[in-house]
Design a protein around this ligand. Structure first.
Ligand code: SF4
Ligand code: SF4
Length: 319
């Protein structure tokens, strides 16, 4: 396999960040689910959570910049004790708030207020639903997850999410169940909309197709099935240079649960930190925008997942 950095052929200049339009904040690894494709290896036994000091540091940094969007992720970020305050504070700063929600979290004890909370704060929801069939969803995310997800989507629709002209955005996320590339996003979105409307009366805004990242839990899953090498070859052989300009690390930074800064969520999990010119790691407690815009983005072979076929990012396909 040709190393990704060579494939980019950047003549030593490295891949550069264009701007920071999104501050992605990982509140921790705790989650009520434990999906096999989960690149952060989240689950009910994980205890790593962002400290209150670091939540405050995130808000200080946000307030000192004009970054328009905060994208909150986890684990299940809504299970963090400071989730509500982070959302409310970011909204007071006038920022757009996105929440990466696994849907079933709203049925966790004490979390039934979440749909109304999301609505009150105009939170954009980005929700995983890897298939419209129960069999595939439960295989990837655990038994009963599909039914819970459908009930959650119906509840969100009832309060306006995903309904035309409501201003309440409900996007869904698809990722392949097997080791292959996602199909064409537009066509799959039409299929999702038709099936979910006909079978469950559900409406949503957009479908984002994501390519599974061959790291951590998903890499282990592939290796156990002897599918890892073939999957990496598939990603490399589908490398699309037209996606490179659009990869999400060019306009996003990621804050880990412990406050360290990364080019993206994947580099965070691989512990490939963002460092200043002197090689010193950057932390949210003392971060400035200038520090982020200087260093080259750290790339590796996992970046083939972002650049294969139509490309992949937190907002779906790239081209
Ligand atoms: S719901 Fe999301 S964060 Fe939780 S285990 Fe599944 S993929 Fe990971
Ligand atoms: S994994 Fe994707 S988003 Fe992260 S550095 Fe590589 S190309 Fe950029």
């Amino acid at each position: 396999m040709q190393p990704f950095a060579e494939k980019l052929n950047l003549n030593g200049n490295g891949l550069r960040r264009r701007s920071v339009d999104v501050l992605q904040v990982n509140l921790g690894r705790y989650c009520n689910l434990a999906c096999i494709h989960c690149h952060v290896e989240a689950g009910p036994a994980r205890t790593e959570m962002m400290s209150r000091n670091n939540v405050d540091a995130v808000l200080r940094f946000l307030g000192a910049t004009n970054i328009p969007t905060i994208d909150i992720t986890g684990g299940a970020p809504e299970l963090h004790a400071d989730f509500d305050d982070l959302v409310e504070s970011a909204r007071r700063l006038g920022r757009h708030v996105m929440d990466r929600c696994n849907l079933t979290v709203i049925f966790e004890p004490g979390k039934e207020y979440l749909p109304e909370f999301f609505r009150a704060h105009q939170v954009e929801l980005v929700c995983s639903l890897p298939c419209y069939s129960m069999e595939n969803v439960d295989k990837q995310r655990g038994k009963g997850t599909f039914d819970g997800s459908i009930r959650a989507l119906q509840l969100l629709n009832e309060i306006g999410y995903g309904r035309p002209a409501s201003g309440l955005t409900l996007n869904l996320v698809y990722n392949p169940v097997g080791p292959h590339l996602p199909p064409a996003q537009e066509k799959l979105e039409q299929d999702y909309k038709r099936v979910l409307r006909e079978q469950f009366g559900i409406e949503f805004n957009q479908l984002f197709c994501l390519t599974n990242m061959p790291i951590t839990r998903y890499a282990t899953h592939l290796k156990l099935r002897r599918e890892y090498d073939a999957y990496m070859e598939l990603l490399e052989s589908n490398f699309n240079p037209g996606t490179v300009d659009q990869v999400m690390c060019r306009n996003l930074i990621s804050v880990g649960w412990d406050g360290w800064i990364y080019d993206c969520d994947f580099n965070q999990i691989l512990d490939l930190p963002l460092a200043n010119g002197g090689g010193k790691r950057l932390h949210i407690s003392s971060l400035t925008l200038e520090q982020i815009l200087q260093p080259a983005i750290t790339v590796g072979d996992h970046c083939y997942a972002c650049t294969a076929g139509a490309g992949s990012s937190c907002g779906g396909t790239l081209v």
